[in-house]
Design a protein around this ligand. Structure first.
Ligand code: TYD
Length: 144
């Protein structure tokens, strides 16, 4: 991550989940409004991702998310309209919280990587900014 450094630019931050470990293995859990700052309304996951694939390439008007690498690793490129940063996710206990109005791109998936996303809202295509210039304009004044 800009390795596991617990940076926050106000809109993005790493979230640590609990782990219960015993000789049978590790168990991690997540509760809405406790471990993540919203009620979890949707869960989705990416898998069978080609190692040269690029995903994301959008921002959201209202949606908040926390992204995890449940297995393997990948890079998240984050852009708040002014400042860019990147995070390598590779620990299933550490998620990346992404507030609304943050542009994200994902790449460098390892073979067999599984990305799980917890989301604050159901899927709604009208919540997306898929055009970067529209996003930058909105990031300066709030959702358009
Ligand atoms: P998208 O959010 O663009 O994927 P990513 O950011 O991982 O590259 O979604 C890809 C497609 O899947 C798009 O057609 C919308 C659809 N989709 C749903 O129908 N429901 C969902 O919950 C999500 C996340 C995507």
């Amino acid at each position: 991550m800009t390795d596991q450094k617990s940076v926050s630019n106000g809109f993005v931050r790493l979230v640590d989940l609990p782990v219960v470990s015993d000789p049978r293995g590790d168990l991690t859990f997540v509760e809405g409004m406790k471990h993540v700052p919203f009620d979890i309304r949707r869960v989705y996951y990416l898998y069978n991702v080609p190692v040269d694939a690029e995903r994301g390439g959008h921002a959201h008007r209202e949606l908040e998310q926390v992204v995890f690498a449940l297995s393997g690793s990948f890079r998240m490129k984050i852009d708040d309209g002014e400042t860019k940063s990147e995070y390598w996710l590779r620990d299933p206990r550490k998620g990346l919280y992404i507030n609304k109005l943050i542009w994200r791109e994902m790449d460098s998936f390892s073979q067999g990587a599984v990305c799980m996303v917890l989301a604050s809202r159901p899927y709604d295509e009208s919540d997306y900014y898929r055009d970067y210039q529209d996003f930058v304009a909105a990031s300066k004044v709030g959702p358009l």
